[in-house]
Design a protein. Structure first.
Length: 319
């Protein structure tokens, strides 16, 4: 049973904002994969809900703007992100990350907007959106504003949504993905239906001769209280030959992270994962770009057996 005091089905985004103003204690529900569990557990017992579940016309879908920016509606499900033609052609690493969330039922109902708005460091899409320097567009009584994702996460379970505001669009600027390729690795205790012990998303752009790292973006989930970039590691590998970059990226990332001990893993183990998975993510992506790492390419193919789905392969490591 779900102890819900009331639920209001919003007819539009502006209608949802008005409903939130009328009942400041109300909670927004979209896919419900987080909120309903909290209600069932008693954490939100007796709450009032404002449902935006039916606002797919305004808040769902993935499109490409005239300038090449990827625009994602927050009601787009994980499955919708993974199988979007736009995502496959522009930022397939985000599709990989979305395909790591929970199981098939959750991915069919849970939304990328909910994954971003819950403010949880282990959210599977969060680290990739951070690596891509996404922009979050929100709307409230005072209109719309854009929030860089670097300013979005305010602490554990807290994001930069002001009262009565809704997330209405996730934007990935073209300059942040054009010429880059990426890879996401989730390390978990089980091969499916589990929260990340650590997640890492790595984007890389090579020079024209495919021998040197021109630029890189590295971001983590569960390496601190919020999803975070690793600027020290990114700076350390720029301009390095690819083998040197792979050798130094993991150690350099330690300057940027602050993992904690939990029942899932100790701080020391997470530090080891930061070093190892940073190198693996970079190695795996570079291996698919250049013939210079044939041995690495073979290793990538071997590790890909851990996880294989419909149109792509990616890695999920387990304890």
């Amino acid at each position: 049973m779900y102890d819900i005091q009331s639920i209001y089905q919003a007819k539009s985004v502006d209608d949802a904002i008005r409903a939130l103003q009328a009942d400041p204690s109300a909670i927004v529900i979209a896919g419900g994969t987080d909120v309903l569990i909290k209600i069932r557990e008693g954490k939100l017992a007796g709450c009032s809900l404002v449902s935006i579940h039916n606002l797919t016309g305004e808040l769902s879908g993935v499109t490409l703007s005239p300038g090449g920016d990827v625009e994602i509606g927050p009601l787009t499900t994980f499955r919708g992100v993974t199988f979007s033609d736009v995502i496959r052609q522009t930022v397939p690493v985000l599709g990989e990350a979305a395909d790591m969330a929970g199981g098939p039922q959750l991915r069919a109902a849970g939304t990328i907007g909910g994954n971003v708005c819950n403010g949880i460091t282990s959210a599977d899409t969060a680290s990739t959106l951070v690596a891509l320097d996404a922009v979050l567009r929100v709307r409230g009584p005072k209109g719309e504003r854009d929030v860089p994702i670097s300013e979005w996460y305010q602490g554990v379970g807290r994001v930069a949504l002001a009262p009565y505001e809704l997330l209405v669009k996730i934007i990935i600027p073209r300059d942040n993905y054009a010429g880059y390729t990426g890879h996401y690795i989730k390390y978990a205790q089980r091969a499916a239906m589990d929260i990340a012990t650590l997640g890492v998303s790595c984007l890389v752009k090579l020079t024209d001769d495919k021998k040197t790292v021109d630029d890189a973006a590295l971001a983590f989930g569960v390496a601190g209280p919020v999803p975070m970039r690793a600027p020290s590691a990114e700076a350390a590998v720029r301009g390095l030959p690819i083998e040197e970059a792979i050798a130094v990226i993991g150690k350099a990332a330690l300057a940027d992270v602050n993992p904690r001990t939990s029942w899932r893993a100790s701080k020391e183990f997470r530090i080891q994962l930061v070093q190892e998975l940073s190198a693996r993510a970079l190695r795996r992506r570079i291996a698919e770009l250049t013939p210079l790492l044939q041995e690495t390419r073979e290793l990538a193919a071997l590790t890909a057996r851990y996880y294989d789905r419909s149109y792509h392969r990616h890695e999920r490591y387990t304890i």
